[in-house]
Ligand binder design. Structure first.
Ligand code: GLN
Length: 313
């Protein structure tokens, strides 16, 4: 088994950077353009508090779909498993992340799971607060605690772009209103909260800390306080393992083997229970919405460091 060091992460970044040429940078996010194509930043924070990092790990980017993890965590805390999974399923899907095609059919016409767009928008309606501002403030507060980064905030430009590019998400949202998954009072607030959460600015270190928090069962490293109930953390990690990489989640379970969540900014968070959190930014994504170079880095890390949960020990 390889030993973790900054030099080792540097080697992984070097080996994986060329895979970026297989993808492209998403075009609706203003803080990203094709000049970022071959960027790759990888940061690991271990549960004993060590940080290892290399590549473009200083880059800032938007949380995008990784916000779905926070949405699910908060909805579980606020309403509990039973109510959350009345609104959304817990099954993987072979559809693309923003697909509308099976919303008509799946049991109770619920979205398949909380980590696709429809499922996350539905789940966002379960975050408590009297206004969207209150609810979003609670989100920021939790994320700031988890990442120990008081500066975390929304990027206004990205938010405007999300709102101007939201025809598909509006369609999903109103479709769910028509089938009773969302009530007419919830519809617009759920989408608004979702758009704001997608636009939160973050970096690979903060993502690695989020991964670490999940790996550490809902506590900060060295902290005694339980910020999220361990049972809810377990639920979120299980759904990340089965659905966190959209319709590539099966391949990632086989080749990487621990809970992950990707975003179209090319970001990925990984949680290796009991061992470490991983934060990756590699903006070139494939057709399924996952970072090309980032995915390759995860495969190498998992194999070199024996990170798969299914590894023979
Ligand atoms: N903002 C994007 C959307 O809502 C996020 C999707 C993603 O990261 N896969 O479609």
């Amino acid at each position: 088994m390889k030993k973790l060091s900054n030099e080792y992460i540097e080697e992984v970044v070097k080996a994986c950077r060329p895979f970026a040429s297989k993808g492209r940078v998403v075009d609706h996010i203003p803080d990203l353009d094709q000049s970022h194509l071959s960027n790759l930043g990888v940061t690991i924070v271990t549960l004993d508090g060590e940080t290892y990092s290399a590549g473009e790990d200083e880059d800032h980017f938007s949380l995008q779909s990784i916000s779905k993890v926070i949405i699910l965590l908060m909805a579980l805390e606020d309403f509990g498993k039973e109510i959350v999974f009345q609104k959304v399923g817990m099954e993987p899907t072979d559809d693309l992340f923003n697909s509308i095609s099976h919303l008509e059919e799946y049991e109770g016409r619920r979205p398949y799971n909380p980590l696709i767009n429809s499922g996350a928008i539905a789940t966002a309606s379960l975050i408590r607060g009297s206004t969207v501002d209150d609810r979003f403030e609670r989100v920021l507060e939790l994320l700031r605690k988890i990442t120990e980064n008081k500066k975390i905030k929304m990027n206004e430009e990205v938010y405007n772009a999300e709102c101007n590019n939201s025809a598909r998400n509006k369609a999903l949202t109103y479709f769910m209103e028509s089938t009773g998954v969302l009530s007419s009072q919830e519809t617009e607030n759920a989408l608004e909260l979702y758009n704001r959460m997608n636009s939160i600015e973050i970096n690979s270190l903060s993502l690695a800390k989020l991964g670490c928090f999940l790996s550490n069962h809902g506590r900060l490293i060295g902290g005694k306080k339980q910020l999220i109930k361990p049972d809810n953390i377990r639920t979120v990690k299980a759904i990340m393992l089965t659905s966190g990489m959209y319709n590539e989640s099966g391949a990632y379970a086989v080749n990487v083997g621990f809970p992950l969540k990707s975003g179209v900014s090319g970001s990925i968070v990984g949680a290796v229970p009991g061992r470490m959190g991983i934060g990756i930014i590699g903006p070139a994504i494939n057709k399924k919405g996952n970072s090309c170079a980032g995915g390759e880095a995860l495969r190498i890390l998992s194999s070199d460091l024996e990170l798969s949960l299914l590894h023979d020990r």
